[in-house]
Design a protein around this ligand. Structure first.
Ligand SMILES: NC(=O)c1ccc[n+]([C@@H]2O[C@H](COP(=O)([O-])OP(=O)(O)OC[C@H]3O[C@@H](n4cnc5c(N)ncnc54)[C@H](O)[C@@H]3O)[C@@H](O)[C@H]2O)c1
Length: 340
């Protein structure tokens, strides 16, 4: 099983170096009868065009001498309901026999195995899942901006819409999209479509544009909140609560808190942060760590809830604050609270 990181290279394309080096290690140890499965999220064709030739270079043939399959990694860190066992596992084989070998392996410890037609279908299924999230988050992020201008409570809108028992799934706006999946994986697909076919995957590019603007939008809204208090952002102390990319975990990859902090600093704010899961915030070393959130919110001119960790008593923090900006929706209410 190969499940190594698949980040973006500096030009925004796929960086498959970890996959290539892991495959090279497997190829050196490949024996007849083995099953090799790529799990890393990647563009369609990687298993067949990158992994297979490297494995076959030693003379063994995929589908004849060894089994080769792709099975996307679907783990959702921090999810208490769905783990490896009860999340269905998609497998796509190089041949039907490869698919059966992979299904047999996963079937030993996963409740449900779903067979895709081939490796490309399994690779693309993962990208569809993540692109779907990316686009729908962009949709509500764009709506958040105009609903604010129109005086419409978007969270109330979403609550009403989600009462429909079919055809709708709720997504929520936020200060930007983080993690190593949603902001990255759709680029594997759009880069591949453009490279092979010469035209853009417009939905992905638009979603990327909208979601990547959210930290700057939060900066401008923070400026508005301080303005109503008669304070300029320049020189004000702004405390960021939660700087990881999702609640209740320590993972900071691609966290929108980084561009948010940088945007606030660029306008002269003194940025502080509090996060029960983060010691030194190495991505933004200039930000000052606050160890006691309750005391910190009282001292900061503005506190911004960026990640609603379960350790936070958000109502208490908001009422102890001078001004509170909730970027997570209905985390709290009250006179001092402004919502995204
Ligand atoms: N973590 C998740 O929640 C998640 C969810 C869905 C999909 N994925 C996908 O799974 C893949 C792995 O993600 P991750 O979050 O587990 O990554 P990770 O950064 O945690 O790395 C996984 C492992 O790969 C090893 N590794 C790194 N470079 C290597 C190399 N060159 N050779 C051999 N081993 C190497 C690391 O030591 C680590 O043990 C990615 O393609 C990611 O998109 C991850």
């Amino acid at each position: 099983m190969i499940c190594v990181p698949t980040p973006l290279s500096v030009d925004g394309g796929p960086d498959l170096r970890a996959v290539e080096s892991a495959v090279a290690a497997v190829a050196r140890n490949l024996r007849p009868g083995m099953l090799v499965v790529l799990e890393s999220t990647t563009y369609p064709g990687t298993t067949d065009e990158v992994v297979r030739p490297a494995l076959e270079a030693g003379g063994l043939v995929a589908g004849e001498d060894f089994h080769l399959a792709f099975s996307p990694e679907r783990i959702d860190p921090g999810n208490e309901k769905f783990g490896a066992k009860n999340t269905p596992k998609v497998v796509g084989g190089h041949t039907p026999a490869c698919a059966e070998a992979a299904a047999g392996f996963y079937g030993a410890f996963v409740d449900s195995v779903v067979r895709a037609k081939g490796t490309r279908e399994a690779e693309t299924a993962k990208l569809l899942e993540n692109t779907y999230r990316h686009i729908n988050i962009a949709l509500v992020n764009e709506m958040a901006r105009f609903c604010h201008e129109l005086g419409i409570d978007l969270w109330d809108v979403i609550e009403a819409a989600k009462s429909k028992p079919f055809g709708f799934q709720a997504f929520y706006p936020g200060p930007g999209v983080g993690g190593h999946c949603i902001p990255i994986d759709p680029n594997y697909l759009s880069h591949n479509v453009r490279a092979r076919l010469g035209y853009p995957f417009r939905f992905v590019e638009l979603a990327q544009e909208i979601n990547s603007q959210m930290p700057a939008y939060v900066v401008s809204r923070a400026q508005d909140v301080l303005n109503t208090e008669g304070k300029p952002l320049n020189g004000s102390t702004v405390l960021l609560l939660g700087v990881t990319y999702k609640p209740n975990i320590a993972d900071q990859r691609e966290s929108p808190a980084v561009p948010l902090a940088r945007g606030l600093m660029a306008k002269g704010a003194v940025v502080q942060y509090h996060d029960p899961h983060v010691g030194d915030w190495t991505s933004v070393p200039e930000a000052v760590r606050v160890s006691d959130a309750a005391a910190g919110v009282g001292q900061a001119d503005l506190s911004i809830l960026v990640q609603n960790h379960r350790e936070y008593d958000v109502d208490a923090l908001a009422s102890a604050s001078q001004a509170f900006f909730d970027t997570r929706g209905k985390a709290t209410e009250g006179e001092k609270v402004t919502r995204l």
